[in-house]
Design a protein around this ligand. Structure first.
Ligand code: WT7
Length: 702
């Protein structure tokens, strides 16, 4: 296919208008061997899941589950946008992921745990053993920790099998889990625990990362203090020890509050707990994610709709069969791990690999050694990981004898040349690739090619997955047609079973954030009047494939995960010397985007600049976590501001990314822009470069 340079869209002038320039990429057909064995090989699927059969089409996903009571209504849309799926149905998520597989698969590995130290033995946990362990933990949570259906519990754990075991034990009881990514700080955990009203925290004492045993329990102390400061008392902290019987933390155990799980479990050996029959609509978990303003939002996901959607998309888009060895290299602490390491794969009786470590330790061959050793055939990771592995070991994959039939990329746009390396080197041209676009809020995939049915196109996610009807709307809510060459806001016209139910404790914010912008009639009970606003800019090509440009709000996608710039700015402002702070995205070769921090100091500050910078970095790491570590902290005499005093983050973003700052004549202090530009970009001519779309439009929606 021709690779002509097609400039599309207008540029620059109108801030709210999103524009884009790039060439069309060539197509790749799914490998024949893949097609022959694929779960989804019927081209009539598009029609089956088409609008004429909506919402009934989704019964196919619900039928992949075992229900104690069948639903009477597929979709209840009487209270938009609080969609209710499979109403009247009763099920238990743990039962669906564990118990029901025992008859056929009890001796098959459910989880394979790969510890980071390569000399340590890999541990396979069969479905039978998963059943035993989940039951014992459920008994402990109920009888020792006093948890019951509807209670929330916050889990701050690394990638060890005890994490999914704890999640499944919660699900067995109907306890709502809120897993906080292990790399977040104790403070971040405490805030989330308080927001969710958790009385119990579950931790691990330690874990391996890049060759070091990290003290994790230490964070629980800060989490408890933070939660209490926010008015949430923590009654118990349960601590899994990475090595049962051996405590690897410098932090003391607080009597009457902290308990070792391996000790508490002694009372519950061999215990079995009946799975609680939960309503389809009962919340299964909360997952906090960053938003445009204010504190992180607790996305509440349901039991029936969520699991049906995770299972259905795992079968059709991930092509998971019970015989597959499936490895998703994400962290369970993010939505990807919830849907596509734990719930989706286990609902389908697959073998799901859990890797404790980082991909490039001790070297960039590690993932491929794991793939070879376990004979992994489905591999799932992020563009960030692919970029890192490509840079650190471009020839490593060749050295190992593994064969993937299927690979996934998720979390951020993938550059076509990175995609091609993934395809030819990692996938050895034998594997189909799906580029899956979705979000914490959406529970499962929204756009992707159907792996056996649609050709792949590097850099494009693809059409809506079955049952998802995406559309691109401009600021006036007008649809931008396919092939128009103009980008806009990607929205989903219809509800689907995986969509979050609400923001925990703040239903109004849920409506405001995702539906208000494009709701056609707030009185309407017709789902057609309630498109879901995803917050991403995108472009729709003539072939019906969506290309995602990135966030349209002031959220930064770091290594495939969203960080709220407002949260980082608030952290900076707690440093005594800082008067003003602005955080902007800067392009990073490996992580995609990183936060860059601009600060103005309070007058009369005598602290040396280096010290202030260190304090800012340290504060961000303690309040949010290392994931938010800024690429650079820049001290400036003043911020570029509008006449009404608003900091122009877009201008700073342009400077940080060596882009043209555009028209700045309307600013209150245009001179400062030149000062900052010279300090950052150096003397020399003004940059004329056009930057990536998300940077260009950064901060234009507020
Ligand atoms: C944001 C959601 C989806 C689970 C992991 C991240 C960006 C996600 C893609 C993709 C381009 C993508 C979007 C989205 N994003 N997948 N395939 N191509 N961009 O979940 O932290 O909720 O972030 O990640 O900007 O809105 P999340």
């Amino acid at each position: 296919m021709a690779q002509s340079q097609v400039p599309v869209g207008a540029s620059g002038a109108d801030e709210a208008h999103i524009s884009a320039h790039w060439k069309e990429e060539e197509y790749y057909d799914p490998p024949k061997q893949f097609v022959e064995q694929a779960n989804l090989n019927d081209p009539r699927v598009a029609e089956k899941f088409g609008e004429k059969n909506f919402p009934k089409c989704y019964e196919e996903y619900a039928d992949m589950l075992t229900w104690f009571e069948r639903w009477h209504t597929v979709l209840d849309s009487s209270e938009p946008p609080f969609w209710k799926w499979f109403v009247g149905g009763k099920l238990n998520v743990c039962y669906n992921c564990v118990d029901r597989h025992l008859a056929k698969y009890k001796n098959k590995a459910a989880l394979i745990f790969v510890p980071e130290p390569e000399e340590d033995s890999i541990v396979a946990i069969t479905y039978q053993e998963l059943y035993n362990r989940v039951n014992e933990v459920a008994a402990m949570l109920r009888e020792f920790a006093g948890l019951k259906a509807g209670d929330r519990v916050t889990i701050h754990m690394p990638m060890i099998p005890e994490l999914p075991i704890t999640m499944l034990a919660c699900a067995r009881l109907g306890v709502v889990h809120s897993v906080v990514f292990g790399g977040f700080s104790g403070e971040a955990c405490g805030l989330r625990a308080a927001d969710s009203g958790s009385k119990v925290l579950i931790y691990a004492d330690s874990y391996y990362r890049s060759g070091k045993l990290i003290d994790h329990k230490m964070l629980s102390e800060i989490a408890v203090q933070t939660a209490e400061r926010e008015g949430q008392a923590i009654e118990k902290v349960l601590i899994w020890r990475r090595f049962p019987g051996k405590f690897n933390s410098a932090s003391p155990m607080v009597q009457g509050r902290d308990y070792f799980v391996d000790e508490a479990l002694k009372m519950f050996r061999g215990r079995k707990i009946d799975p609680v029959h939960m309503d389809s609509l009962a919340p299964l978990f909360l997952m906090y994610t960053s938003g445009t303003t204010g504190k992180p939002k607790g996305c509440q996901h349901s039991s029936g709709g969520y699991l049906a959607y995770a299972a259905g998309t795992s079968r059709y888009i991930q092509d998971i069969h019970p015989t597959d060895v499936y490895w998703c290299m994400a962290d369970i602490g993010w939505i990807t791990g919830h849907s596509y390491i734990v719930y989706g794969p286990l609902a389908l009786a697959a073998t799901s690999v859990i890797f404790e470590g980082v991909p490039n330790f001790p070297d960039a061959g590690r993932p491929w050694r794991i793939a070879e050793r376990l004979d992994v055939n489905i591999f799932h990771t992020s563009p960030t990981a692919v970029r890192m592995l490509r840079k650190a070991g471009p020839d490593e994959p060749k050295k190992y004898h593994y064969h993937f039939k299927h690979m996934t990329t998720v979390g951020e746009p993938i550059e076509p040349e990175v995609w091609r390396w993934y395809y030819s080197e990692v996938g050895k041209r034998e594997a189909v690739i799906v580029d899956t676009w979705w979000q914490t809020e959406t529970g499962g995939f929204l756009c992707s090619t159907k792996p056996a049915l649609d050709p792949m196109k590097p850099g494009s996610a693809g059409p809506g997955v079955p049952g998802i009807y995406p559309v691109i709307l401009d600021e006036m809510a007008k649809e931008i047609p396919a092939g128009a060459g103009r980008a806009g806001n990607i929205c989903i016209r219809n509800p689907w079973p995986g969509i979050m139910q609400t923001i925990w404790g703040d239903p109004q914010r849920f409506v405001r954030q995702y539906y208000q912008k494009y709701c056609k009639n707030p009185e309407s009970k017709d789902w057609r009047d309630w498109p879901y606003f995803a917050g991403d800019g995108a472009l729709l090509a003539k072939d019906g494939y969506f290309r995602i440009l990135g966030r349209v709000d002031d959220v930064i996608n770091v290594a495939g995960h969203r960080l709220g710039t407002k949260e980082i700015e608030s952290a900076c402002l707690t440093v005594a010397e800082v008067a003003e702070a602005a955080v902007v995205p800067v392009v990073d070769e490996i992580k995609g985007r990183m936060p860059e921090v601009y600060i103005a100091l309070k007058p009369g500050t005598s602290t040396p600049p280096g010290e202030v910078r260190d304090k800012v970095v340290h504060t961000i790491e303690t309040m949010i976590g290392k994931i938010a570590r800024p690429k650079t902290v820049r001290i400036v005499p003043d911020m570029p501001k509008t006449r009404s005093g608003k900091i122009m983050r877009r201008v700073l973003a342009a400077i940080s990314n060596n882009m043209n700052t555009g028209d700045i004549t309307t600013l209150a202090n245009p001179d400062i822009v030149e000062q900052i530009r010279v300090a950052v970009q150096g003397e020399g001519p003004v940059a004329t470069r056009e930057g990536p779309e998300d940077v260009k439009t950064f901060g234009s929606v507020e």
